[in-house]
Design a protein around this ligand. Structure first.
Ligand code: GDP
Length: 296
């Protein structure tokens, strides 16, 4: 695969051992390699830029200790900065609201939204002892509501009975009502996605948000999303206001740069990561691990 950043920087700084502080020129050479590594890891260009600006500030003039090589020191600066930008460890799903707590899942079609809705429901049920009701608001894809119903059966979580002809807002109202009457703790709303962001999708999400008043709005995104990650996150966040991110397909070959891009433009925490198709393949987010992976 790719050379690690350590290897790349090692060759740049080979001649430098023994100097007291990193000069502007040393750092500029290193930053070119850092930029390349981040772009290969799928970090969006605009985030690469703001990231390398921060690293430049910290690295220029930094004193190189005798015990470590300059390359190692720069890698450490980059790693620490990545961890800081990726944000806090273990941000749980927030259920701190009167029951039923509404959690709205948003994202593009194929991002893994329905699968993640099932995974989170199972986790809330098994690990936090919550009574969960799932509802599919995807009225456009005929099989979507049925897909969620089957998933519910598989994991032992209730789904809202399907009534043909209702629109997404009506279904969301019915879900909250049913949850209230049935004594549920959590309502998971699995919204419709599209292959790309468009105005009707955003208008529909805004309307559901308005009517269901969700406590959490989780943006589900494929971790293999490259340069589009920034647009995706910015659009959903500005228009709908997400409270957290879930990155799927972290079991793939990708380096997970989308996590950094999306976190950077929204300021919202990555709460969970999807690591497979199975209902248990959901993990907490660990910024250090993702930073290691981005750096290769
Ligand atoms: P939706 O259109 O956003 O609801 O997407 P789905 O939940 O239907 O998922 C689309 C495909 O991605 C399905 O085949 C899922 O099994 C798969 N998928 C979802 N999450 C993950 C993940 O974390 N890892 C892998 N490998 N596959 C996933």
């Amino acid at each position: 695969m790719f050379e690690t950043l350590q290897e790349r920087l090692g060759s740049i700084f080979n001649g430098l051992t023994g100097r007291g502080a990193l000069s502007e020129a040393d750092v500029s050479a290193a930053l070119r390699e850092i930029r390349r590594a981040l772009i290969e890891a799928d970090v969006s260009l605009e985030v690469v830029k703001s990231f390398t600006d921060k690293v430049r500030e910290k690295a220029v003039g930094a004193t190189v200790l005798k015990s470590i090589k300059p390359g190692q020191m720069v890698v450490k600066i980059v790693h620490d900065e990545l961890v800081e930008m990726l944000g806090s460890e273990g941000s749980e799903i927030d259920l701190n609201a009167p029951a039923p707590v509404v959690i709205m899942m948003v994202g593009l079609q194929g991002s893994g939204k329905t699968t993640t809705t099932g995974k989170i429901s199972k986790r809330l049920h098994e690990k936090r002892g919550k009574k969960v009701l799932m509802a599919s608001l995807d009225t456009r894809r005929p099989a979507a509501q049925e897909q969620l119903r089957q998933l519910g059966e598989q994991i032992g979580v209730a789904t809202l009975p399907i009534i043909a002809g209702q629109n997404p807002v009506e279904i969301s109202r019915r879900a909250v009502q049913a949850a209230r009457l049935g004594g549920y703790d959590v309502v998971m709303l699995d919204t419709a996605g599209r292959t790309h962001i468009d105005e009707p999708l955003m208008a529909e999400m805004a309307e559901i948000r308005h009517s269901a008043d969700p406590h959490e709005i989780l943006l589900v995104a494929d971790s293999l999303t490259g340069q589009d990650a920034v647009n995706l996150a910015r659009n959903f966040n500005e228009r709908i206001g997400v409270t957290g991110l879930v990155l799927t397909r972290m079991d793939g070959d990708g380096r997970g740069g989308a996590a950094l891009s999306m976190r950077a433009v929204t300021g919202k925490p990555v709460k969970l990561i999807g690591v497979g198709e199975k209902m248990d393949a959901l993990e907490d987010f660990h910024p250090k691990r993702i930073a290691d992976r981005i750096l290769g």
